[in-house]
Ligand binder design. Structure first.
Ligand SMILES: Nc1nc2c(ncn2[C@@H]2O[C@H](COP(=O)(O)OP(=O)(O)OP(=O)(O)O)[C@@H](O)[C@H]2O)c(=O)[nH]1
Length: 362
């Protein structure tokens, strides 16, 4: 999962290490020369790897013959630390930006990641015990987590605390795995002791009733459906009534992924929102759709505000762009990843675990 992106992040680490290692070599020569000539480096305190490295004070900076940055770097070197400078990062950051964009990370998300990495690393001094690789890893870890973890909440707790029946409506275009996700979530809920009923609000597509009925049969769940062409809001509403009358905990409402026009589809979702007033609306799209999935998430969120997203087919996605971008762009968290075709192939989205796996920490 997300192997392409993982490789690219690893290249970034190597790039920064290579450029700071080159600096270290020349730094060492500079410091030797300056020390020998009794210039700025000679005024630095004796090497002490444990003493904190401060930026050189203005007095110190104007004191010696060397320029401030040379002084600062020489002092850092003398105390066993290295300072990362803008020029060390310029090329690796450019490459990182290209790598993120190639991996379908949305532009604003890529920029945010770069900014955090730059802020974390610039002017950072590191002890010799903390390798540049470790520093880059920390910067990338924080930068990725910042964008990936946007809006996270405890889904299970939300289900537990909600008044029953709880209604969850699923939105998203056709063919991305919406119906399969509903079936998977029904299983996920059953595993945690919650009963659920399926309601087919996709009254537009021929065959939609049969498709969801197959899942309902296999899982032994009740299904509420109307004839093709019926009012989707009415179907989901019936689902809620059925659940209330039969003590069912959760209503899982499917919706159409395509109508005559995109405007019709959005108007229909708005109507469902108004009539049913669902407790949660989850947007479903496929991780493999990359930027398209990100754009659709924005569009659907505008029509019927979503509470979170599910990215399917993560098992087949190498780029990871959608997984990284959707939460930041919509302000709503990714809650689950679809990881295969089986009913158990639904994993709670764990931002920390994803970042660790992208950085090869697990
Ligand atoms: N590999 C993989 N395949 C998946 C996953 N989720 C769904 N699929 C497959 O994707 C295909 C489409 O899934 P559906 O559930 O029919 O998609 P849908 O969005 O409901 O599509 P419509 O019913 O046409 O609106 C099916 O073959 C699913 O088995 C997943 O997480 N991983």
């Amino acid at each position: 999962m997300f192997d392409g992106l993982k490789d690219k992040l690893s290249s970034f680490r190597e790039d920064v290490e290579a450029s700071t290692d080159a600096d270290e070599a020349s730094e060492s020569e500079d410091a030797d020369e300056e020390s020998a000539s009794g210039s700025a480096a000679g005024t630095a305190e004796p090497a002490d790897a444990d003493s904190p490295v401060d930026a050189a004070s203005p007095d110190e900076e104007t004191d010696g013959s060397a320029d401030p940055s040379t002084f600062q770097r020489a002092k850092a070197f003398a105390t066993g630390r290295i300072i990362i400078e803008e020029e060390d990062l310029e090329e690796p950051l450019w490459d990182l930006e290209m790598a993120l964009l190639e991996s379908d990370v949305e532009m604003s998300v890529a920029e945010q990641i770069l900014e955090t990495v730059r802020e974390t690393m610039l002017g950072e001094s590191r002890k010799q015990v903390e390798t540049t690789g470790e520093l880059v890893e920390r910067a990338l870890h924080d930068a990725l987590l910042d964008v990936i973890a946007v809006g996270q909440f405890d889904f299970e707790e939300r289900i537990a605390e909600a008044e029953k029946p709880l209604t969850i409506v699923f939105t998203g275009v056709n063919g991305v795995g919406k119906t399969t996700t509903i079936a998977k979530l029904s299983e996920w809920l059953a595993d945690r002791g919650y009963s659920s009923v399926l309601a087919n609000g996709d009254t537009y597509r021929a065959g939609a009733n049969e498709q969801i009925a197959e899942h309902a049969d296999r899982l032994d769940r009740d299904l509420i459906s109307h004839d093709q062409g019926g009012d989707p809001a009415a179907v989901i509403y019936d689902g809620v009534e059925y659940a209330a009358a039969n003590d069912v905990d959760v209503v899982l409402g499917d919706t159409a992924g395509r109508l005559h026009t995109s405007d019709d589809l959005m108007a229909q979702l708005e109507k469902i929102d108004r009539v049913v007033d669902p407790d949660m609306t989850l947007f479903v799209d496929e991780a493999v759709a990359g930027q398209d999935a990100v754009n659709r998430a924005k569009e659907f969120n505008e029509a019927a505000e979503i509470d979170g997203a599910v990215l399917t087919k993560a098992d087949a996605d190498s780029s990871g762009g959608a997984a990284i971008s959707v939460a930041y762009v919509t302000g709503k968290p990714i809650l689950f990843l679809g990881t295969g075709q089986g009913y158990d192939d639904l994993a709670r989205f764990d931002p920390e675990a994803l970042v660790d796996s992208l950085l090869g920490e697990e």
